[in-house]
Design a binder for this molecule. Structure first.
Ligand code: ATP
Length: 374
């Protein structure tokens, strides 16, 4: 490897067999994971799934029971936190209350004995759009502004990797959404690897290039937000990221590229490429489709539905107007509580509770999951 190569990949985070046990309890099962340099990576999962423990092992704040942590080519497993080229932003901003914003950000430079800090601190404050606030104290800023100071302070020493542990958890929803875009902009601008821990699927999907969905100490699936949403491979991932509308179906036949399934009285087509279940004739598969991919047609007009679409019948149980779209809950013999979102601009006024309907969608939007797992 040339020096250039090493520099270019100095921000790769590579976990190999990383494991954490507390007594007989395994918080993180042996985990192999590579976060490429310059990416915005999210560890997503419910409380207790091991995401914070994983982050803390990268930071050096938690000692792994087994396995190694590499940053670029450097094995940092045995290094204390302050010797690793990483920095962490926590939910509690932990700013120094008696120092002004400028001095909070300058702190890391001054501690390293650097005297002329003005230019660097000013640049950093510009980056987080707090140039005007330099002489204020932390308590004079809003929560979102304080969190941006914490990010500036963590970036001032140019870490190769920035770790963020639920950094937006203390903010209200509106501010959270603003800060998600703000953090994404900052990451794109500085080009540093960000590893972000969150339990909020929308947050992970908005910000990250790659998301690792964790469940009970394991990564269940890793991929881009759209890939995870469109091609979940487990029921956990399907249900954790949005609504999946799962139908239990039986394999009727398989051809090269398609699986034909029986559900209730009807047939559904599932593209082979979107199936992650064993597909033997007579076997069971869980078939899913996302709520916004489905069209609703009143049963009286069923004859107008084009050929080749997957269809099931049902009755509207409930509807709620949610601005641009209406959310319907449909009772169907193959899936009670099917959720469907229809854009209001396309809405048929006969679609009210009690109406008999046909739900139909392009087979391409169908995914298949293993019915026998967990
Ligand atoms: P949260 O979002 O609630 O922080 P998390 O997914 O980040 O959840 P971790 O904090 O990584 O989860 O914890 C994973 C598991 O390890 C949890 O079941 C937790 O109770 C357990 N755990 C964490 N720290 C310790 C500890 N010091 N001693 C014993 N068990 C621990």
């Amino acid at each position: 490897k040339t020096t250039n190569d090493t520099a270019a990949h100095g921000g790769d985070v590579r976990l190999t067999g990383i494991t954490k046990k507390y007594g007989s309890f395994t918080a993180v099962h042996p985990l192999d994971l590579t976060v490429p340099q310059g990416s915005f990576f999210a560890l997503l999962g419910a409380s207790g799934c091991g995401k914070t423990t994983t982050l803390r092992m990268i930071a050096g704040l938690e000692e792994p029971t087994a396995g190694t942590v590499h940053l670029g080519d450097q094995d940092v497993t045995a290094l204390p936190p302050y010797k690793r080229p990483v920095n962490t932003v926590f939910q509690s901003y932990a700013l120094f209350p008696h120092l002004d914003i400028f001095e909070n950000v300058a702190f890391g430079l001054r501690r390293r004995g650097i005297k002329s800090v003005k230019k660097q601190v000013e640049e950093m404050l510009e980056l987080v759009q707090l140039g005007e606030q330099a002489r204020k104290k932390p308590h004079q800023l809003s929560g979102g502004q304080q969190q941006r100071v914490a990010v500036a302070r963590a970036l001032i020493n140019h870490p190769k990797v920035l770790l963020l542990d639920e950094p937006l958890g203390a903010l209200d929803l509106k501010l959270r959404r603003q800060m998600q875009l703000e953090l994404k902009r900052i990451q794109t601008e500085v080009g540093i690897t960000f590893v972000h821990v969150t339990h909020d699927q929308e947050e992970a999907m908005t910000m990250a290039d790659t998301v690792a969905v964790m469940n009970a100490g394991r990564v269940e699936q890793l991929g881009s937000p759209t890939d995870l949403y469109e091609n979940p491979r487990t029921t956990f991932v399907a249900n954790f990221l949005g609504t999946s509308n799962l139908i239990e179906a039986e394999v009727d036949s398989t051809s090269g590229s398609e699986i034909v399934l029986k559900a209730g009285g009807g047939k559904l087509v599932l593209p082979e490429a979107r199936n992650s279940a064993p597909a033997r004739t007579g076997g069971k598969v869980l078939v899913g489709v996302r709520p916004e991919k489905i069209s609703l047609t009143h049963a009286d007009d069923a004859g107008e539905i084009p050929e080749g679409r997957n269809r099931i019948t049902g009755r509207i149980a409930d509807s709620s107007f949610i601005g641009v779209s209406t959310q319907y809950v449909i009772d169907s013999p193959v899936c009670p509580e099917f959720e469907v979102y229809v854009q209001n601009i396309d809405r048929d006024s006969r679609l009210t509770p009690g109406a008999e309907v046909v739900l139909h969608w392009n087979p391409e939007h169908t995914f298949g999951l293993d019915a026998a797992q967990d």
